[in-house]
Design a protein around this ligand. Structure first.
Ligand code: ATP
Length: 372
């Protein structure tokens, strides 16, 4: 790093501490990205090394560096030069990050892993997952989201992500949207092409997401599962034995029956089912009455039957109304808890997030790593 004649170097570095790499979520000073910074005649010059040449965040980083230095008294002008890390610098960064990769499958991991399941498609599983993740991130939690619905991936558009993940050698940096680190198979495909993978490839894709994607320390990791009781649900239970299940249904009896099968898979996989969410419960009419478009009682019925079959209380955690704001938020890539927080559906989703968030990690229904 170059010397500074008339400006204390640590003041410059302290200012740059406030610049956070948007993907790695760490100060650029800690990541070895500040190659040089100096001041001459109230003109600051900073050379910043990007992890890769095509870094999608280059203009954000450049602007943030400029803004951070410009704030200092005595600096009138800032010149930012962007360079790229050489293979040695990249390897050092990878080492640094790899040692901090969180083993989500480790029984001692403090990250709560919540897989969101449903019996059939279209019940709002992805919308609820996106809203839960965004709501907890807005509360200051560190949240990751894996779109494990590889055949019907919709999370990138629900979260408003068009950007591709950045690769640093064999490490993948997930794009961050609304404070949530998100990864989806859809981000690796060139167009909206269908994915026709079978079990082993699905298992491998999840394994790769868990090992190669840099999530850093997380409070919550959500997985949006494909509908039903397929291969991915089994893979999740094998690769993430600590994961818990949240089951989404509509009030309709046909949806409830298939959701029950998705929930009872937990008997075989030994995952804990933390609760049931009933979505599209009712439509509030202008006169204040509630129209039960998809019938009523499905969520409670599912909660009762899962409680009986699993042998512990599986509560009905929320009933989310059918509301245009939810659909609009999804279409605009901004979950309704953020885009229209006073809407009744947003309030119900925010309340669900608090319930999920405040629930301590229990051991009921979970296999323990015991041996004689
Ligand atoms: N409470 C709600 N009110 C209004 N629209 C909703 C609500 N919940 C979900 N939707 C809309 O219903 C559609 C299906 O939702 P979503 O994609 O989240 O379902 P899904 O269960 O994940 O489906 P799949 O598993 O097939 O991907 C979307 O257009 C979404 O915007």
């Amino acid at each position: 790093m170059s010397a500074v004649q008339d400006f204390p170097q640590d003041r410059l570095l302290r200012a740059l501490d406030s610049v956070i790499d948007p993907e790695l979520r760490k100060p650029i000073t800690e990541l070895g990205m500040v190659s040089a910074v100096s001041v001459e005649d109230s003109r600051a010059a900073a050379t910043i090394l990007l992890t890769v040449a095509g870094c999608p965040m280059r203009s954000t980083i450049e602007n943030d560096v400029r803004a951070a230095l410009q704030k200092l008294d005595g600096i009138d002008q800032v010149d930012v030069t962007l360079g790229v890390m050489d293979p040695h610098q990249r390897a050092a960064l990878r080492e640094q990050l790899a040692s901090r990769r969180t083993p989500f499958s480790d029984p001692s991991s403090l990250t709560r892993v919540i897989a969101v399941a449903s019996g059939k498609g279209g019940v709002g599983k992805s919308s609820i997952t996106a809203n839960l993740a965004a709501a907890l991130a807005a509360q200051g939690m560190k949240v990751g989201l894996i779109d494990a619905d590889v055949h019907g991936f919709s999370i990138p558009s629900l979260m408003g992500i068009t950007q591709k993940p950045t690769r640093v050698d064999d490490m993948i940096l997930p794009p961050v949207a609304h404070g949530v680190k998100v990864i989806s198979i859809g981000m690796f495909l060139d167009s909206n092409q269908p994915v026709i993978w079978r079990g082993p490839m699905l298992h491998r894709s999840l394994e790769q997401f868990l090992s190669d994607v840099y999530f850093g320390d997380l409070d919550y990791l959500f997985l949006d599962l494909p509908p039903g009781t397929g291969d991915m649900a089994i893979s999740v239970s094998q690769l993430l034995p600590n994961s818990e299940l949240l089951v989404i249904t509509t009030p309709q009896s046909t949806a409830t029956e298939v959701a029950e099968r998705a929930g009872t898979i937990a008997l075989q996989t030994q995952q804990k089912v933390i609760g049931v969410v009933e979505n599209m419960s009712y439509l509030q009419l202008p006169d204040g009455t509630r129209m039960e478009v998809f019938g009523s009682g499905g969520g409670q019925k599912l909660s009762d039957s899962l409680s009986t079959q699993l042998g512990y209380q599986v509560p009905l955690l929320a009933q989310i109304p059918l509301e245009e704001s939810v659909r609009l938020g999804s279409d605009q890539g901004s979950p309704v808890v953020l885009s229209a927080p006073p809407a009744p559906a947003a309030e119900a989703l925010a309340e669900l997030a608090s319930q999920v968030g405040h629930r301590p990690r229990g051991l009921a229904g979970r296999s323990l790593p015991l041996s004689l």
